[in-house]
Design a protein around this ligand. Structure first.
Ligand SMILES: NC(=O)C1=CN([C@@H]2O[C@H](COP(=O)(O)OP(=O)(O)OC[C@H]3O[C@@H](n4cnc5c(N)ncnc54)[C@H](OP(=O)(O)O)[C@@H]3O)[C@@H](O)[C@H]2O)C=CC1
Ligand SMILES: O=C(O)C1=N[C@H](C(=O)O)C[C@H](O)C1
Length: 215
């Protein structure tokens, strides 16, 4: 497929271009801050950048009439509204975490949230010192899966690609559910899976768990 990447110079963008190329896909649209390289028509656009880029990203999706895979975090309510409006025309896959492991944990938390109603629960997320937002998007995703408001603690330290711990405790015991991304490749491969999947979809707003459901 021909694909576009917004944020192509970044940590994730660089790896997405590399990973998609390894799977014989062609980067034809490369966008970053003050850079717009248009070689050909993309069939899908992938955005891992900053929320401020979303307007341009959606205008490019409109221009080429193509779907969007969105990994950018720290989206506000108005961004979701714009995305949902756009998804009436073209499919959108949005996720704050494109790893299989986190989406599996979210499923487990959603299924067992009732069993944990009497337990205290807090979340710790640890990321590299260059990460701009806190709490992480994944912390928000996991909180949503638990269906209750929780304390979220953020550490920004070294080069850690991403670690999340959900810690439950009652008077006499604790349970910790943890996930560590060993490499960003896990996110890039998830974005690739989503981009290949979205090409087969009609318009609609999807998450990465919808992609995994249909494997
Ligand atoms: N959903 C998921 O699975 C994952 C999501 N992420 C998220 O992806 C995003 C990117 O992460 P990461 O690659 O580490 O960050 P980087 O800062 O390394 O990369 C972001 C890139 O986007 C560029 N950029 C910033 N603003 C704009 C804009 N307005 N228009 C076009 N390009 C812009 C940046 O340029 P400059 O450096 O000049 O600002 C940079 O090149 C973050 O929101 C992060 O939380 C990350 C990993 C996994
Ligand atoms: O910025 C990152 O690096 C990451 N961002 C996502 C988030 O905010 O949850 C996903 C992953 O944890 C890495």
């Amino acid at each position: 497929m021909n694909f576009g990447v917004v944020g192509y110079k970044g940590r994730m963008g660089t790896l997405i271009v590399q990973t998609f190329k390894e799977h014989k896909h062609n980067p034809v649209l490369l966008v970053d801050k003050e850079v717009l390289l248009e070689k050909d028509r993309p069939e899908v656009i992938v955005d891992f950048s900053q929320p401020e880029a979303l307007e341009l990203t959606l205008s490019l999706c409109e221009k080429y009439n193509v779907p969007l895979v969105l990994g950018t975090t720290a989206l506000a309510k108005n961004h979701f509204k714009t995305l949902k409006d756009f998804s009436k025309k073209q499919p959108v896959v949005q996720s704050y975490n494109f790893s299989i492991g986190i989406n599996l944990i979210a499923k487990i938390l959603a299924e067992f949230s009732k069993n944990f109603e009497e337990w205290d629960v807090e979340l710790v997320e640890i990321h590299h010192s260059q990460k701009k937002d806190k709490p992480s998007g994944t912390a928000i995703l996991l909180e949503k899966a638990l269906k209750r408001e929780i304390q979220k603690h953020s550490l920004r330290i070294g080069g850690i690609p991403g670690e999340h711990l959900v810690i439950f405790a009652n008077e006499g015991e604790t349970i910790t559910i943890s996930h560590r991304a060993i490499s960003r490749k896990a996110f890039a491969l998830g974005a690739l899976k989503a981009a290949e999947w979205v090409l087969t979809r009609k318009s609609g707003f999807y998450t990465f768990s919808d992609v995994l459901k249909e494997e």
